[in-house]
Design a protein around this ligand. Sequence first.
Ligand code: ADP
Ligand code: MG
Length: 562
Amino acid sequence: MNAPTLTDGFHLVTDALRLNGIDTIYGVAGIPITDLARLAQSQGFRYIGFRHEQSAGNAAAIAGYLTQKPGVCLTVSAPGFLNGLVALANATTNCFPMILISGSSDRAIVDLQQGDYEELDQMNAALPYAKAAYRINRPQDIGIGVARAIHAAVSGRPGGVYLDLTAEVLGATLDAAVGKESLIKVVDPAPSQIPAPESIKRALDLLASAQRPLILLGKGAAYAQADKEIRSFVETTGIPFLPMSMAKGLLPDNHHQSAAAARSFAIGQADVVMLVGARLNWLLSHGKGPLWSQTTRFVQVDISPTEIDSNRAIAAPVVGDIKSAMSAFLAMLKPGQIRPNSAWIDAIGERKKVNIERMAARLNADPSPMNFSSALRAVRNALTDKPDVYIVNEGANTLDFGRNIIDMYEPRKRLDSGTWGVMGIGMGYAIGAAVESGKPVVAIEGDSAFGFSGMEIETICRYKLPITTVIFNNNGIYRGDESGNEPSPTGFINGARYDKMIDAFGGKGYHVTDTVSLQKAVKESVEQGISSLINCVIDPTAGTESGHIQSLNPKSGLTNAS
Ligand code: ADP
Ligand code: MG
């Protein structure tokens, strides 16, 4: 009798991922998953090896956001896992589907806390930060574990899922036929969630009764890939819309119905606000305070029923997936049923005009050194005929100004700090976007924000990714002009030459101090599709502490710390 053909945990993991259409893995190799990464690559997976797990995790998360398939991040045990956990938590907070797969040490030793190499109960550590966390303890359970992770990541409100693979299970063998039988190809992992027809009617009735309706689009709407349906609903009803930052481009920023340039006015004056895939969280001051009217009534379209009434009473909740919901709205909408008051449209138009003129004055100034506005104007001008370029944006002032100055014309092209306002997503998101799309990416980074993931420029150069990183260098966090005997808590080395970092890896460095050279550098780098880093020197006094969210920054009245 012949010995049975064997398979092992490593092969079952790659087989299970491939069976489910996952073809890219972001990670950092090491014990016990090095062979898993090698095997995946040898089998035709695209394996992107990073310098830090947090960036690998951020790349996986943004891949999930862009594709609706869970992005996969692979890490070693304990410390590598914890580094990746920050990205997993960020993905969960932002509703991005990803799966963090980490190898783990010997369960028997870990559970008795006998001091194993990289000892940690990773599954339980992940639980509070993940949408779900699973551990696979037997090779015959790998198929089910991967299937459960995929369902959890992409169904309903998407999020981050942790999958724990013990070193033992990876090395364990199994009869190949039994192994093959144990794999599961998931069917319909993100099923449509059709909203109740009465909820659609209730929402349409409320919108029809409104004088001053407003549609607020969030990144859930962008994620849903319901671009046609959303645009059609906005244009058929004529309701003005406002995009949250990552929803920019869902409809082009120069669309005549965009109220973005009259944001506070539109929010404050609207009598009915329709939230589509946007939460009333801190980014919308919880629907409270001076920005909002207390009499505004809300429609909220969201896949998560518990999002409803979380900050303000929602008069017309529509619980379902956005694609199904927008189709249902369009199907039930009667011609002429919704017609915003023309005085409302005119008032927004007036306000936009005033604000755009005011902004133009600031934008057209040419101070030396550059400030945030003039430098962003140069970046914007370099990209006007390139709407398909991805923009990654982080840093306090760099983010606040960037959001307003860089217009977007296509959906899901703007990737930024998101729900947590987190710094450190820059290079990970840029790599994820470039790998998934093959398109050029421009990462507009504060010098501080860049530092959190800066080593990944080696990764960018190694894979020859078309990523242009522009560093707004004002010598510090917020700004770089605080002096003293010691380096200040917010200061960095004056005049640092970040462009020289990329020289070390064979990329192209640019050092620019004026808008003409900046615009030229961005244009050249994007058009040539090279890996580059532009050290963009701006005025050290240009930044504002905490950017636009100073109200969240407590100040001591007792010390001289202010
Ligand atoms: P933003 O920061 O742009 O305002 P948020 O991340 O706060 O957006 O909100 C996104 C919302 O979209 C979340 O409440 C999430 O439940 C919801 N969401 C995500 N995907 C979908 C979908 N396919 N259909 C409906 N709602 C979704
Ligand atoms: Mg700075």
